[in-house]
Design a protein around this ligand. Structure first.
Ligand SMILES: *Cc1c(COP(=O)(O)O)cnc(C)c1O
Length: 411
């Protein structure tokens, strides 16, 4: 692997600026640097090809059938067989999932508890504030997560309508133990809904929606699911839907209102293969989603998560052997789909990122505002990890090593 990685490396950097169609690592796509940021990620050819479907009616039988199948496949991806669970696929990015939660499950004046493991909790809290919902953040030091006793104490202090957990915080690479937090919430504050921001985890981290008693997982198309950006994807439990139906006030959004998208109307009709309309969906994106879900579900999910873990371990071992530290120091805090890596003293992201690009690899800079310039982020999700014909990860590790040496760093 290692030797083929370095020869491939020079091959790819040579190919970067030409349009030779035979790039070995990139199949039928135009040669390009491997996009290894924590979303968007690399696409499979078949997913891109699904997008070039001729124009079709959003209420025509062929599209309605594809949409219906995609919704049913989402139940499998989230591991829910409870018929009361309700999937939603709405045009928008992952952020729209926050709006859906804040506008449909909380009412103005409600209290919610936001577990903070990085940047994305601040934004979710800000979203609640926009809808007049009072968010209390429980913060952990950078690279860590709130501890069970702190969460228990917070839940006993106040009655919270819901709690939010960022499954993987994309700014820090911190993984949360959503199973344990959900158990804790059910024990200490059983009425509180358990809401998971899974934008950077669905597809690369295990999620057992029913078994773990989760009420909402919200995600997007462009991260672990491996589709172009543009879809807000959400699974709600029967309990969440009942909470919505029991609202005393109207939903505080129009486009995002579940009243418009709910069971008796649009989403359930699609799943029953009946045409329905509220706000035009994107047939091309839904076809891309259908294709990627079909591929993801072609193998057992356990195998997928085991492979994600194996590759993640390899990345983390290499990072360690280069003498570098992760933001998430404790192994149990480390995500399987990305790694946030502190740069060595004296090496700047503005040196390393362009150098990586020259070697055919794109990483992301830091996002956590207190330390943004001190680290870089490596996304290892989806096809780059799962397709045995691709060597994106090995090339990235070799390129990281070389870029650091180029910057004068010695491990
Ligand atoms: C990317 C991300 C979001 C926001 O998703 P967009 O598609 O950029 O709107 C929210 N939460 C987490 C954890 C993310 O990684």
């Amino acid at each position: 692997m290692a030797s083929s990685a370095s020869s491939r490396l020079s091959l790819v950097s040579r190919h970067l600026n030409d349009s030779s169609p035979d790039s070995p690592a990139m199949s039928s796509q135009e040669p390009h640097a491997a996009l290894l940021i924590p979303g968007p990620i690399e696409f499979e050819d078949a997913v891109l090809q699904a997008m070039s479907h001729y124009s079709e009616s959003h209420v025509g039988a062929p599209f309605v059938s594809v949409f219906g199948e995609a919704l049913s496949m989402l139940r499998k991806l989230f591991q829910t067989s409870n018929p009361a669970s309700q999937p939603f696929v709405i045009s928008g990015s992952g952020t729209l999932g926050w709006d859906q939660v804040a506008a449909n499950l909380a009412e103005p004046g409600d209290e919610v508890l936001v577990l903070h493991t990085g940047y994305f909790a601040d934004s979710f809290a800000d979203c609640f504030d926009t809808y007049g919902v009072k968010a209390t953040q429980l913060k952990a030091p950078i690279g860590d997560r709130p501890q069970p006793d702190q969460i228990e104490k917070a839940l006993k202090e106040k009655k919270y309508k819901l709690i939010t957990i960022t499954h993987v915080d994309t700014s820090t690479g911190v993984l949360s133990d959503i199973k344990a937090v959900s158990e804790l919430v059910h024990r200490v504050s059983p009425e509180t809904l358990v809401v998971v921001d899974g934008v950077c985890s669905v597809g690369s981290e295990e999620i057992r929606f029913d078994d773990w008693g989760i009420d909402v997982v919200l995600t997007a198309s462009q991260k672990g699911i491996g589709c172009p950006a543009g879809l807000s994807i959400l699974m709600a439990s029967g309990r969440a839907i009942e909470t919505f139906k029991d609202r005393k006030t109207k939903p505080t959004s129009y486009f995002g209102s579940w009243k418009n998208w709910l069971p008796s109307t649009v989403m359930q009709n699609y799943e029953a293969k009946k045409p329905s309309y509220f706000a035009t969906p994107s047939p091309q994106l839904v076809r891309a989603l259908h294709t990627s879900l079909t591929h993801i579900l072609a193998s057992p999910l356990d195998q997928r998560f085991a492979r994600q873990n194996e590759v993640s371990q390899r990345v983390k071992q290499t990072v360690k052997s280069l003498g570098l530290k992760q933001l998430a120091e404790k192994p149990e805090n480390q995500a399987n789909g990305m790694t946030a890596i502190y740069l060595p003293e004296g090496v700047a992201a503005t040196q390393v990122l362009p150098s990586l690009l020259k070697k055919g690899v794109i990483f992301a800079g830091g996002l956590h505002k207190e330390i943004a310039t001190k680290y870089i982020r490596f996304g290892h999700m989806g096809v780059s990890v799962m397709d045995p014909k691709r060597d994106d990860i090995d090339r990235a590790l070799a390129a990281l090593n070389e870029s650091l040496s180029d910057a004068g760093y010695k491990a």
